[in-house]
Design a protein around this ligand. Structure first.
Ligand code: GDP
Length: 301
């Protein structure tokens, strides 16, 4: 299956919901009047774009219809797609992985799909020809490292771990030493970077950061925040808190296959202005795809 079909399949629930109601809206389109804009706004809110973003999209479309004198359903629909695509273009999506080794820290609350995402991302990076090392710096629960180890075996990727309760920064230190010795390209680091409270999270990440600064000065780094798309607007609240506390450089939205509210991707990108870099569209190892705004919008509408 090619990438576009995989995204389409993963988004099938959202596509049915949003595509269905937009199809109805444009199918019965006669002119861009108040009733049209109201229905459009409602449809976008139902797809979880959020009130603010839905209003912005609707107003922008209204403005473009006026200035560009758009009339037909098809050209208006295309303009809507352009607006949504532009909203999703929030910065450079290519991961910064130029130095060897570079480091990706993965953070997010329990259950959002953090470990699964690391497993899939490791496999994706490996398929791109990179040498990957997993770093099990979530030492808070032994199960987290065990689960990461299963993914490591599945994808043939080395893992560095320690005992439960070990200092996460010490695991990162070990991983860096191993990576230097083995010529690893990317260290992919699971963290207990959860938001018990902002201070805890900042302290933990700062400590890890200091180790990386000291051992790998100037290394390329990413901090990816994993969000569960099925939690909708709640995920957005969570994301704002993480953004303040953790210097997030990219978002991964998981479980898009499990929701009819995939519009949350647009809400997140619009509200946070942080690029969505990957989306999870299923539980299989190949179900993580690099995010492409145009392909996403095309698959959606
Ligand atoms: P963590 O606690 O954040 O590390 O979460 P896990 O990686 O253990 O994932 C929690 C559950 O979500 C598991 O059952 C995963 O299989 C599931 N999951 C993760 N990503 C996706 C996805 O993109 N789609 C679906 N359907 N399930 C996912």
């Amino acid at each position: 299956m090619n990438l576009f079909d995989r995204i389409r399949e993963g988004l099938s629930k959202t596509r049915k919901a949003l595509g269905g109601s937009l199809g109805g809206l444009f199918g019965s389109f006669s002119r861009a009047d108040e009733a049209f804009f109201e229905e459009l706004e409602e449809t976008l809110i139902l797809a979880d774009l959020g009130v603010e973003t839905s209003l912005r999209v609707t107003e922008e479309l209204r403005e473009r219809i006026r200035t560009q004198k758009l009339k037909g359903a098809e050209e208006i629909r295309e303009e809507l797609k352009s607006i949504l695509t532009e909203m999703l273009e929030t910065g450079d999506r290519a991961p910064r992985l130029g130095t060897r080794p570079s480091v990706i820290l993965v953070i997010g609350v329990n259950g959002v799909g953090k470990t699964t995402t690391i497993g899939k991302l490791g496999s994706l990076l490996k398929a791109q020809g990179r040498r990957v090392l997993f770093c099990a710096a979530d030492t808070f629960r032994a199960a987290a490292a065990d689960q990461l180890e299963i993914w490591a075996k599945r994808s043939g990727i080395d893992i560095v771990r320690q005992h439960e309760g070990a200092d996460p920064a010490a695991v990162v230190f070990d991983s860096i030493s191993a990576a230097k010795a083995r010529g690893t390209d990317v260290i992919l680091c699971d963290t207990a970077g959860r938001l018990h409270n902002k201070q805890n999270l900042m302290m933990e990440l700062n400590k890890i950061s200091r180790i990386i600064d000291r051992e790998l000065p100037g290394a390329d780094r990413e901090t990816l925040l994993v969000l569960d798309a099925t939690t909708g607007q709640n995920g957005l609240v969570q994301a704002r808190q993480f953004k303040e506390a953790a210097g997030v450089t990219g978002i991964v939205l998981t479980k898009l296959d499990g929701t009819a509210k995939g519009g949350i991707v647009i809400a997140v990108a619009d509200a946070l202005k942080i690029p969505v870099k990957y989306i999870g569209v299923g539980e299989r190892i190949e179900d993580l795809v690099e995010f492409d705004p145009r392909a996403f919008v095309d698959a959606l509408l």
